[in-house]
Write a protein that binds this ligand. Structure first.
Ligand code: NAP
Length: 278
């Protein structure tokens, strides 16, 4: 009897966050959700952010709450944790609340972090077998690497998680049938990390403004090099473009995992709305 409602909280004026939030609002409206933006100044306090979340928690027309990360540095180092912990678990469409993370560990979560669940959709829809295969996840963040590893484990893959203290990430990754790169370093995953024919998922979104790096990644005449020349920057994943020649399947950046993240946000909003009206 009513559209699913999504409340987005945006604090400060981080340019990348502005773009992400604009895309999320547009996609939500296009899908028939009601999406409202709640802005806070860059000078707002954690108490201000907690107050907005408390209001959305109590608002019956709001099924899902998303607090755009990062929060302004001035809010303090533990601001995100405090704010995410305050979102009602049944409205936690980002899947960051400890209750939902705990349920994910136990394979009974309804609301799961959007980026890794988008990757799972991508793999399923491409018909890529996970059961019995070896998956290597590079990155162990709470929003991508860790939930990604759990979802792959629940899909019966054998999972290895690598991070900045792993001695030889390339050797680990070369063992994998499926590699997920969630590192945050442009072109990090070179062909030396990839077993021929492996499936490579590029989660990274890195804006490159350094000409020499852009030229090292994209050879003479490459369309992305021209794009850099025109705009002064180019968005690049964590996977080096040369991996295309080695991988069996590779997700593009932009246009791969990113749109799936938004799709899963809308999915979670519908799930939250259905749960609350049941
Ligand atoms: P993050 O919190 O910075 O985590 C990066 C992870 O990579 C950390 O676990 C870090 O290890 C590991 N790492 C860093 N350098 C490494 C190295 N040289 N070798 C091996 N591991 C290394 O980043 P995040 O939030 O997970 O995001 C990762 C990337 O995905 C970023 O580019 C981000 O923009 C992108 N992203 C995309 C989407 C999407 O919708 N497509 C959504 C979220 C994030 P330690 O833990 O040891 O420091």
């Amino acid at each position: 009897g009513r559209p699913p409602g999504l409340g987005i909280v945006l604090a400060g004026a981080d340019p990348a966050s502005e773009i992400y939030v604009r895309n999320k609002l547009a996609s939500a409206s296009a899908a028939g959700c009601r999406a409202d933006l709640h802005r806070l100044d860059a000078s707002a306090s954690v108490a201000d952010a907690l107050a907005v979340v408390a209001r959305l928690n109590d608002d019956d027309a709001v099924d899902g709450i998303l607090v755009q990360s990062p929060l302004p540095k001035a809010m303090g180092h533990d601001a995100e944790q405090r704010v995410f912990d305050t979102v009602r678990p049944d409205k936690d469409v980002d899947g960051f609340h400890p209750e939902n993370v705990g349920k994910l560990v136990q394979k009974r979560a309804a609301l799961v972090a959007c980026t890794p669940s988008g990757v799972m959709q991508l793999l399923a829809r491409e018909g890529i077998t996970l059961a019995g295969r070896h998956a290597v996840v590079i990155g162990r963040s709470d929003i991508v690497g860790k939930p990604m590893a759990l979802l792959l484990l629940h899909a019966d893959a054998t999972v290895t998680v690598c991070h900045s203290r792993t001695p030889d990430v390339a050797a680990m990754a070369r063992e994998a049938d499926i590699v997920v790169a969630a590192v945050g370093r442009a072109g990090y995953l070179t062909p030396a990390f990839v077993k021929p024919g492996a499936t490579v998922i590029d989660v990274g979104i890195n804006r490159v403004t350094d000409r020499s790096l852009a030229e090292a990644l994209f050879g003479e005449g490459h369309p992305r090099r021209r794009q850099f020349a025109e705009k002064g920057s180019v968005v690049v994943g964590d996977v080096h473009p040369d991996v295309d020649a080695v991988a069996g399947a590779l997700t593009p950046v932009p246009g791969g995992v990113g749109p799936l993240t938004i799709a899963m946000l809308l999915h979670n909003t519908v799930v939250a709305a259905e749960q609350r009206t049941r």
